[in-house]
Design a protein around this ligand. Structure first.
Ligand code: NAP
Ligand code: HSE
Length: 432
């Protein structure tokens, strides 16, 4: 009987504990698939005093070196989270000739290209299916199943917390603060929700997907990012009136040798498949030159779905170890494409303004947009002030350039007749 394949587990929180129970639950299936048993030998944590339930035969440690310098451990699974020291531990594990599985989107978004090339140099695998979309298989399809395609576009809903909040704002007419409290109560939003609501988490995940899809380096800082804090019930009412859903869209495309990557709220036509993705679910839509459009949909987080993704990576590595070699491992990044500035984006826009209801105000607003080459598609005006002095104007535009729209809005905000520019949301009719 061959020796079991040993795992060093770094992190024993939500995902780590879920993973250990999934390994126990699926022990027979893993053995059947790999031909050898897979066992967790050591677990790294930060706080040795926290009460934990660890089965016999697993050593708990607070010293990473206990795992990193143990030659009997060929696979490290990193589920600690955060940039440091996770990045250093992954780097060191690769250097020691260990294969690594991580679910850490922050490390992969900030340092993925270097870590992947480091893994390649050392002849080991670095796999990260759990870092994007929880249980949804998306990294492996991009790496393997769709490998022969030129990927042209990636459109995604990859943050479950904000998708839950936007779904509730849309279906119940609730405001941002109310749905945020609800999301906290349900355990979706953290006490500090900024990583989710400001689009940071989605930008990490989009950077990972875009790097892989276009085989180039896209970092989180290359992703244009706007969160959901400015959306109000009024925006949802107008969206519905105009035939759209509002989603936190993560989208990237390779266009004329440049990469564009952005995360922001977007109006999506109700017949767009992403408009129908509700609650904490995630979805990723890809356009490949051979496959055309393919969509992946499922639970975007949670310890058990994420364990499903992590174990798929463990199986791939363990099978390679059991077979005595690695499968084909081409370098993941072989291009260095420039990032297209957001100013160059061309799309449609929804603009909501609060204006003083005076003769000529609409003409002034239309002139500023027209002077910037921005053509109006529709205008809705409603009185909002009790005294009838303030009116709300909602404008949608034809396709226009981002820089021209932003310039026009700065001039509009400065007009005496304008109270405020309340919101701007990009309207994505066809995201390709
Ligand atoms: P978590 O519950 O906070 O657990 C983190 C674990 O790592 C804890 O056991 C903690 O030790 C340990 N740890 C943290 N820093 C450490 C350090 N410097 N040295 C040693 N141990 C350290 O986090 P989680 O929710 O499981 O998430 C882990 C990773 O999975 C993150 O990268 C996250 O983005 C990713 N992920 C999570 C989900 C999800 O649904 N939660 C889904 C997909 C991906 P103590 O127990 O001693 O505090
Ligand atoms: N906070 C993330 C989300 C889950 O809401 O999707 C982990 O990636």
């Amino acid at each position: 009987m061959s020796e079991p394949i040993a795992i060093g587990l770094m992190g024993f929180g939500v995902v780590g504990t879920g993973l250990l129970s999934a390994i126990e639950q699926k022990a027979a299936a893993l053995q059947q698939r790999i031909g050898r048993r897979v066992v967790v030998r050591k677990v790294l944590v930060r706080d040795p005093l926290k009460p934990r339930q660890l089965p016999d035969g697993i050593t708990l440690t607070t010293d990473a070196d206990d795992i990193l310098s143990d030659s009997a451990i060929p696979i490290v699974v990193e589920v600690m989270g955060g940039e440091h020291p996770a990045r250093e531990y992954i780097n060191r594990a690769l250097h020691e000739g260990k294969h690594v599985v991580t679910a850490n989107k922050e490390v992969m978004a900030k340092h993925g290209p270097e870590l992947l090339s480091h893994a390649h140099e050392h002849g080991v695998l670095l796999r990260y299916e759990g870092s994007v979309g929880g249980g949804i298989p998306i990294i492996s399809p991009l790496q393997d199943d769709l490998a022969v395609n030129n990927i042209l576009a990636v459109n995604a809903i990859i943050n479950g917390t904000t998708n839950y909040m936007l779904t509730r704002m849309s279906s119940e007419g609730l405001d941002y603060e109310t749905v945020l409290s609800e999301a906290r109560r349900l355990g979706y939003a953290e006490p500090d929700p900024s990583a989710d609501v400001d689009g940071v988490d989605a930008a990490f995940k989009l950077a990972i997907l875009a790097s892989l899809a276009f085989r180039t380096t896209v970092r989180d800082t290359d992703v244009y990012r706007e969160g959901i804090r400015r959306l109000t019930p009024a925006d949802f009412r107008y969206a519905s009136e105009l035939g759209y859903a509002i989603k936190l869209l993560a989208t990237a495309r390779a266009n004329e040798g440049k990469v564009q990557a952005r995360v922001h709220p977007a109006f999506l036509p109700l017949n767009n498949p992403l408009a129908k993705v509700d609650g904490v679910y995630n979805a990723v839509e890809l356009e490949g030159d051979l496959v055309d459009w393919a969509m992946f949909h499922g639970p975007g987080a949670g310890p058990i779905p994420t364990s499903s993704a992590i174990l798929a990576d463990v199986i791939a590595i363990a099978c390679a170890i059991a077979a005595g070699g690695l499968a084909c491992t081409a370098p993941a990044i072989d291009a260095q494409l420039p990032i297209e500035p957001m100013d160059d984006l061309r799309t449609k826009y929804y603009i909501r303004l609060s204006v003083f209801d005076r003769p000529g105000v609409m003409a002034q607003v239309a002139k500023e947009l027209g002077d910037g080459g921005v053509s109006l598609a529709s205008v809705i005006q409603k009185e909002v002030g009790e005294d009838g002095r303030v009116a709300e104007i909602v404008i949608t535009t034809h396709v226009a350039q981002e820089a021209a729209v932003q310039d026009a809005l700065r001039r509009i905000a400065a007009l005496d007749s304008v109270d405020q520019v309340s919101n701007l949301v990009r309207v994505e009719e066809r995201i390709a």
